[in-house]
Structure formats: C-alpha cells, structure tokens
Design a protein around this ligand. Structure first.
Ligand SMILES: Nc1ncnc2c1ncn2[C@@H]1O[C@H](COP(=O)(O)OP(=O)(O)OP(=O)(O)O)[C@@H](O)[C@H]1O
Ligand SMILES: [Mg+2]
Length: 173
C-alpha cells in the first residue's frame, strides 16, 4: 500500500515479515503452510509482477486449505470457486489483472462469499484492500529465488496470535 494511503487509514498494520523461497516447489510448500492458517472470511492480496509466482503460491494455498483444484491462471475467468474437500472454507481465487478497478471488482459480488470463504486476489493491490479492512498483503519479487514480504492489516492480522503465526511462517522449517 502506498505510504500516503497508509497514513490516512486508521486500521492497524503489522510489521513487514520477509522470507526467501528459492524454488517454485518452496513457494508451493510455503503457500501450503500459509493456507493451513487461513480461516473463513480471510482475504489475501497477492502482489508481484508478471510471473512473480502468485498462481504458484495460490496452488500451495489450495493444498493447505484442502480445496478442489486445479488452480490455474485464469485467462477469461476472473473469479473461480474451489470447494473445500474437508468441510472447511472454500477458496475464491480472483485474478484482477483484467479488472478496470473497484467497480468491476464490486460487480463480481464477492461480498457474499467474502464472509464464509477464503478470498485470494492476484493483482489485487490498490483495489482488493477496499473489500475489507482485514487483509494479508503478500508481495513477491525477484528472479529465481522469490522474496516474499508479508504485511498483515486490521485486527485479524495484527493481534498477538496472528503475529506469532506469521513469525513462525517466515521461519523456514
Ligand atoms: N522461487 C520461485 N517461486 C515461484 N515460482 C517460481 C520460482 N522459481 C521459478 N518459478 C517459476 O516462475 C513461474 C511463476 O508463474 P506464476 O504463474 O505462478 O506467476 P504469476 O505471478 O501468477 O504470473 P501472472 O502475473 O501471469 O499471474 C512458474 O513458471 C514457476 O515455475
Ligand atoms: Mg497468475
């Protein structure tokens, strides 16, 4: 989030945590660890350039959440629902690359599913944050090894328990 909008918000924002993921397999496995922490109502905003690994990470999230795949890069479909295989929350995977902005994102009518599903938005930076004051911002960068920066926003991601979980997540096993 740009600093100017961060300073305007009154919602809490956690520390930036960083982890290095050398291979796509590492990104997938780390995504699975993050996915296992996610609960109904959670919003994850994935940021990073073309080919940064957002979909690879989402594939891991799907594994951790135990939802039905396959997770693909949607070419025409903007949002896909992946039902839970274990009675947990579904995964709603949104690719906002082709969305013109907040209005189109609102047109997707994610509000209904936002409460009971886990929503992951690729290219969501600048728009998806407006869906909820509680969201986890995950930024990927780098060639080969990807650096992931995690920033939690809102009460969901800044309380002590979530902080401890995120601390643990950036320690590689
Ligand atoms: N450390 C790594 N983490 C993630 N992906 C990696 C890594 N190293 C290499 N790759 C490769 O980079 C590519 C990442 O593609 P992916 O579709 O996940 O990116 P994306 O950010 O979703 O792209 P898009 O902007 O098109 O949505 C894959 O081919 C993957 O195998
Ligand atoms: Mg993608």
């Amino acid at each position: 989030m740009p600093l100017e909008s961060r300073s305007m918000t009154t919602h809490p924002c956690g520390a930036a945590r960083r982890v290095l993921l050398p291979t796509s397999g590492d990104t997938n496995a780390w995504g699975a660890r993050l996915g296992a922490l996610l609960k109904a109502g959670d919003l994850v905003v994935l940021t990073g350039g073309l080919g940064a690994g957002k979909t690879t990470l989402t594939q891991g999230l799907a594994k951790g959440l135990q939802v039905r795949g396959p997770i693909t890069s949607p070419t025409f479909v903007i949002a896909r629902v992946h039902p839970s295989l274990v009675g947990g929350p579904d995964l709603v995977h949104v690719d906002a690359y082709r969305l013109a902005g907040l209005t189109e994102l609102e047109d997707l009518d994610l509000d209904a599913s936002l409460q009971e599903a886990v929503t992951v938005v690729e290219w969501g930076h600048g728009v998806a944050e407006q869906l909820s004051e509680d969201y986890l911002e995950v930024t990927l960068s780098g060639h080969e090894t990807r650096a992931v920066v995690l920033v939690g926003h809102g009460g969901r991601w800044t309380d002590q328990d979530a902080g401890a979980q995120l601390d643990d997540l950036v320690q590689l096993p």
